[in-house]
Design a binder for this molecule. Sequence first.
Ligand code: DC
Length: 224
Amino acid sequence: MKKIRVAIDGPAGAGKSTISKIVAKELGFIYIDTGAMYRAVGLKALRHSLDTKKDIDAISKIVDDISIEIEHGQDGQLVFLDGEDVTSKIRTPEVSIAASDVSAIPKVREKLVELQRLLGQKQNVIMDGRDIGTHVLPDAQIKIFLTASVDDRANRRYLELLEKGTPCSLEEVKADIELRDKNDSTRACSPLKPADDAIVIDTTGNTLQQSVDLIIKTIRERLG
Ligand code: DC
């Protein structure tokens, strides 16, 4: 039977991963967070003391033999970089910016898209990212573009970071989100934009439960 593929794209902090995780559990699908893979490459570049904005050739080289593995644990996805569990190490503000930088490098995208397509073939999946509906899984049965105002997104990310004990200020988080919005939507290679056949959902002002309910309803309607 043809596997069901749900693509969820949208800007940083729109709630893609939190919502997708819950929706995947509810529907019995596997959840794949593709941003985590770009974060793993960003972390590796930082560990090699590379300038993620300038050292394009060196970063293109490190993805040649990089190993990024995804495992599905009780609390969601675990990410392994060259065999090391980096699930929490990739969630720092520094790695967020590095991930956005390296995601503009064609060689990095090529490598990760190949990996993502393989993962998308195996089971029913919900895959979230920036180019899933436009590029990674263009034939996904359901494409959702999830967005929210910058203030709402910054506030959510800020609360998430505080909960994890990461020191930060709301202003810093907002500036970081605005910078990533700009980087992600203006890069030449697979920029962030809704697919022509995506359903655009704005979650500004919604509670998490409202957004989850709306997305499950949308998926069920589409799947008949
Ligand atoms: O979803 P996230 O914030 O964890 O993603 C980190 C960065 O990776 C983001 O700034 C853009 C990039 N990214 C991408 O270019 N394409 C994807 N499919 C997923 C993430």
